[in-house]
Write a protein that binds this ligand. Structure first.
Ligand SMILES: *[C@@H]1O[C@H](CO)[C@@H](O)[C@H](O)[C@H]1NC(C)=O
Ligand SMILES: *[C@@H]1O[C@H](CO)[C@@H](O)[C@H](O)[C@H]1NC(C)=O
Length: 298
């Protein structure tokens, strides 16, 4: 086949691939905001493929997904023959999610953590609606106030009136009680969430720290996120809505991109097959490639 023809074919295919990959994110952006990727992390320790730990970890992840259909928090320990083979894990859904939404969120988190943390003993993933974590070391029931993610919005256009409303909402959250807290005043919305393995007083302590840091570190920002290892607090204002929307792709590399790549790959395979069939048809009709050009121009 002449080089120029080959180049045309490749060009056509890649244009289709590009178009489909580019439109896929806008198709999937209709999915609920609970799927938004917030952060992920993996341990340094790796396990070997087909090891006892891998099969324990798989049972653990399956248990998390199943359990999320009837509970918003649960923990599991899958005992191995040695302690290094024991898989421990938990999930926590945001307190305002319905059971079906919780289950969907945890299933999505589990499906994303594998590619994110290939063969690592420990992994954690936070989507907007749920959190999952697993490891072979014990972390269940231990309060941990390590800052995992801190994000403050721009401080442009946020007035003192807004700041005092923000502070009032945050104070309301500190005093709220419970593992999930939400509040709002005017254009300010705030929420806090503990992981269910903390005691009530540990949860209070953790959220107190998160909210205190949010106030100090984010100053006059239009939104703030403070994720500690076992709890988080966030607030946003109407001014942040525009920011969040226009910056969606920066944080949301998980679901939408994977979706786009899968759709893109499937489309490329289908196009390739159609193309080969088409090519065979053309060849058997005497090798007239002129039709190829109009195809390329579409
Ligand atoms: C976790 O597994 C890794 C890899 O097998 C091992 O090196 C480490 O000692 C284990 N940790 C615990 C606490 O058993
Ligand atoms: C883990 O789950 C078990 C059984 O559901 C429960 O009794 C235990 O309190 C949980 N542990 C933590 C630390 O949440």
């Amino acid at each position: 086949m002449p080089m120029a023809k080959l180049r045309n074919i490749i060009k056509t295919l890649s244009i289709f691939f590009f178009l489909i990959a580019a439109t896929a994110p806008s198709l999937s952006s209709a999915t609920s905001a609970t799927d938004t990727f917030v952060f992920g992390g993996c341990s340094q320790q790796k396990f070997s493929p087909a090891s006892a730990y891998e099969s324990n970890l798989n049972s653990l992840l399956t248990s998390l997904v199943n359990s999320a259909t009837y509970s918003s928090y649960n923990n599991f320990t899958i005992m191995g023959s040695s302690s290094s083979d024991t898989a421990r894990g938990l999930f926590q859904c945001r307190g305002d999610l319905s059971m079906p939404d919780c289950a969907t969120c945890v299933a999505r988190a589990v499906s994303q953590v594998g590619p994110l943390c290939p063969f690592t003993c420990g992994g954690a993933l936070q989507l907007a609606g749920c959190y999952i974590k697993y490891d072979n070391i014990s972390f269940l029931g231990q309060e941990d106030k390590t800052v995992v993610l801190k994000k403050c919005g721009s401080s442009e256009g946020y007035n003192t009136d807004g700041i005092s409303r923000r502070d009032a909402v945050l104070t309301e959250l500190v005093n709220g009680g419970g593992y999930f807290r939400a509040g709002g005043s005017g254009d300010v919305q705030g929420m806090g969430q503990c992981v269910g393995d903390l005691t009530v007083s540990e949860c209070q302590d953790c959220l107190g720290t998160a909210i205190g840091r949010l106030k100090n570190d984010c100053g006059t920002a239009v939104f703030g996120d403070m994720f500690l290892a076992k709890c988080y607090a966030r607030y946003s204002t109407d001014g942040a809505q525009h920011y969040a929307k226009s910056h969606n792709y920066k944080t949301n590399y998980g679901g939408e991109k994977t979706f786009a790549i899968i759709i893109g790959l499937l489309a490329a395979v289908v196009l390739l097959i159609i193309f080969l069939l088409f090519l065979r048809g053309v060849c058997s009709r005497g090798g007239d490639f002129s039709i190829l050009h109009s195809f390329t121009l579409i």
